[in-house]
Write a protein that binds this ligand. Structure first.
Ligand code: SAH
Length: 217
């Protein structure tokens, strides 16, 4: 990734006050959050707010997740450098960049092609080569490249989609908000010897996952 010093002090403050102070310990995640220029992923008029402690609009009724949420979800995946990760809800592409620094390959799906194109353009300009993009319904996963060591869903689902459980590798980790259209609980789903385990992490609020195994469009 192409590095930049722009907004570096704001980035340092964000990482220290919002991420490390709240208990994110994985140094690789902390380093990735320190490197990725978050302001690059929001509209220019919001650049000065990009390092603040809340989500921001990315247009089309969608949001770039709060920095802390990105850090926690990424830490829960426990990514290793050789891993393949599936991301549902590319949105701005910010979470995609964090993932791409921590694993071998990211497969990312976005339902809105305008958002996908804008994220792809930004990630290309930052020099990422290990990201594959698709426009489509991510609630069905991306069977072609399965299984995935990690799956991250950045939109709220009514249930954990079966397609995603099927596409999770043995010892894989799936992070997904599950609940109503307004409030969800972040869930960590793991697969061990073919058995599925589910753990609730904390309450959260995401835009809805729309699709065949999500909410009705
Ligand atoms: N990680 C993104 C979050 C974007 S918000 C970021 O931080 O920028 C969630 C995104 O999920 C939206 O862009 C929305 O269009 C997308 N989405 C909703 N349902 C989807 C589906 N079934 N498949 C793929 N993307 C979906």
């Amino acid at each position: 990734m192409i590095e930049t010093q722009e907004w570096r002090h704001e980035r340092e403050r964000m990482v220290k006050e919002q991420i490390v102070a709240r208990g994110v310990e994985d140094q690789r995640v902390v380093d990735a959050m320190m490197r990725v220029p978050r302001h690059f992923f929001v509209d220019k008029i919001y650049a000065h707010q990009a390092y603040n402690d809340y989500p921001l609009s990315v247009g089309h009724g969608q949001t770039i997740s709060q920095p802390y949420m990105v850090a926690v979800m990424t830490e829960l995946l426990e990514l290793k450098p050789g891993d393949a990760v599936l991301e549902i809800g590319t949105g701005s592409g910010y979470q995609t960049a964090i993932l791409a620094l921590l694993c071998k390959m990211v497969y990312t799906i976005e339902r809105l092609s305008a958002l996908k194109e804008s994220a792809r353009d930004k990630l290309d300009r930052l020099g990422f080569k290990n990201i594959a993009f698709m426009t489509g319904d991510g609630s069905l996963g991306w069977p072609q490249y399965a299984p995935y060591d990690g799956i991250i869903v950045t939109a709220g689902a009514p249930e954990v989609p079966n397609a995603l459980i099927d596409q999770l590798a043995e010892k894989g980790r799936l992070v997904i908000p599950v609940g109503s259209e307004l409030y969800q609980t972040l869930n960590l789903v793991t697969k061990q010897r073919g058995r599925i385990f589910r753990k609730e992490i904390f309450e959260c609020t995401f835009v809805p996952l729309l699709g065949k195994q999500g909410w009705k469009e």
